[in-house]
Design a protein around this ligand. Structure first.
Ligand code: SAH
Ligand code: SF4
Length: 431
């Protein structure tokens, strides 16, 4: 979602003659678009700000530094206190005001309070103020935000505090943005939301649509592939599950985080489902579309997690046979309920558990990828490869696939024989 937001910021600044540069020393404006989800992500911003301050030697340009995203939203004035070189702080819900904010900091008198902090939750929908989608090179696969925010309040998570309450964009906005992306060359659209499958928005004639209806309507556009991420198990209803059968353009890949395999921990996390309910969803999807690749997120070392609880998580990984997964050590986030829970887990135990879990995930991914050796997969070519005369794309299961081929094939759907598997990538030849 930060990639999507970054692109939209760029589109807002283009009419003001801003262009992207590769070296921060050439920049007149630097925007750090930040993530607050774990402590490490947050700390990175402060070290990056320190590095930028040290490395700066172009006073001629009077470079402005802005911090955007969820760290900005959460830290606000504190950010300016800790990093006085910052000129502008704005959150994920106010970035549409970027042109005005730039104007303001440009003409503001230099002085003690020179930084502008804009972390309101504005009443006006930011999407209504954003320009048309710009033509972006290599936009074969394009992101489209359809839903933002979250009301689920998992006890470990900052999202409800930084991205605000759950809100769904109206279908008319989404469909028109999808058409702009298609006109700009997109062949695949990835619908985004913190809980994308909680989307429940205004349909085309003012009635309400659910997420499955939105997918169906989008699949009628001139597009090859559709995907969505991230889904929450609680919102994974039967109608949506049936889309994996009814809508061939919807790719057989579902990112469905469980976080933990222990019912006790799931309850303490306030996730709203049990391990059994999660498995039932996976079984239903695999009944309907047996080849669906499943991916997930895991947190190890949540307060109170015993060896048995951890083993329940290991057990779920074996049962589900994940194609891919992200895993994290529990990170204490100030202000969330889990931060003050008893039985916090020590760093060493978290590290050991993460290591074991990642070994298991890697082996699960390897087994999944190796099952494609010698088979033919349909690949959407997205970009030039790392080597000469090489192109890269994605399989329906979101695997990276590299093959020999000319740039002119970018944007094409090709059948590729899979000949080699290396770590996370597949290699093949065009049929
Ligand atoms: N809405 C999605 C996930 C959004 S956050 C869901 O509920 O499934 C992305 C991922 O970051 C989460 O799935 C979780 O695994 C991880 N995460 C969030 N807060 C965390 C924390 N405090 N410590 C460690 N990982 C965290
Ligand atoms: Fe965070 Fe996801 Fe829970 Fe919402 S549902 S609070 S985004 S982990």
């Amino acid at each position: 979602m930060n990639v999507y937001d970054g692109d939209r910021m760029h589109e807002l600044l283009s009419p003001l003659n801003y262009k992207r540069v590769d070296d921060p020393n050439d920049a007149e404006l630097i925007i750090l678009n930040t993530c607050h989800i774990r402590e490490k992500a947050t700390e990175k911003i402060y070290s990056e700000l320190g590095r930028l301050k040290k490395g700066f030697n172009n006073p001629k340009k009077n470079t402005k530094i802005a911090v955007a995203g969820c760290v900005a939203q959460a830290e606000g004035e504190e950010l300016v206190r800790r990093a006085p070189s910052v000129d502008l702080v704005f959150g994920p819900l106010t970035y549409h005001q970027l042109p005005e904010m730039i104007q303001e900091i440009t003409y503001r008198k230099k002085g003690k309070n020179k930084a502008l902090v804009n972390i309101e939750f504005p009443a006006r929908d930011k999407f209504l103020s954003l320009p048309e989608r710009a033509n972006k090179k290599e936009a074969v696969s394009a992101f489209l935000s359809v839903q933002e925010g979250c009301d689920k309040f998992c006890t470990f998570c900052v999202v409800p505090y930084t991205r605000g309450v759950e809100s769904s964009r109206p279908a008319v906005q989404i469909i028109s943005e999808a058409k702009e992306l298609i006109n700009n060359g997109a062949k695949e659209i990835i619908l985004l939301g913190q809980n994308v499958n909680a989307w429940n928005g205004e349909g085309l004639s003012g009635n309400r649509w659910d997420f499955s209806e939105l997918i169906k309507r989008l699949s009628e556009l001139n597009i090859d592939r559709l995907r969505f991420t991230t889904s929450h198990p609680k919102d994974m209803n039967n109608k949506l599950i049936r889309c994996f059968f009814n809508i061939p353009k919807l790719q057989p890949y579902l990112h469905l985080p469980i976080q933990s395999g222990s019912n006790k921990i799931l309850k303490a996390m306030n996730r709203g489902y049990s391990k059994q309910q999660y498995i039932e969803i996976i079984e239903k999807i695999r009944d309907i579309r047996p080849d669906t690749a499943i991916s997930g997120d895991f947190i190890v070392g949540f307060p109170g997690e015993t060896e048995d609880d951890f083993n329940d998580t290991m057990d779920i990984i074996k049962k589900v046979r994940y194609a891919h997964a992200y895993s994290f050590k529990y990170s204490t986030r100030p202000g969330t309920p889990a931060a003050s829970m008893d039985l916090q887990i020590d760093e060493e135990t978290k590290k050991e558990r993460l290591f074991k879990l990642q070994e298991l995930i890697t082996s699960s991914m390897k087994t999944f990828n190796e099952s494609f050796l010698g088979r033919t997969l349909e690949i959407l070519v997205e970009k030039q490869g790392f080597e000469e005369n090489q192109i890269s794309g994605r399989s329906p299961y979101l695997q990276s696939v590299h093959m020999e081929g000319h740039n002119s094939l970018i944007g094409e759907l090709l059948n590729v024989d899979i000949l080699k598997i290396r770590e996370n990538s597949l290699f093949g030849t065009i049929v």
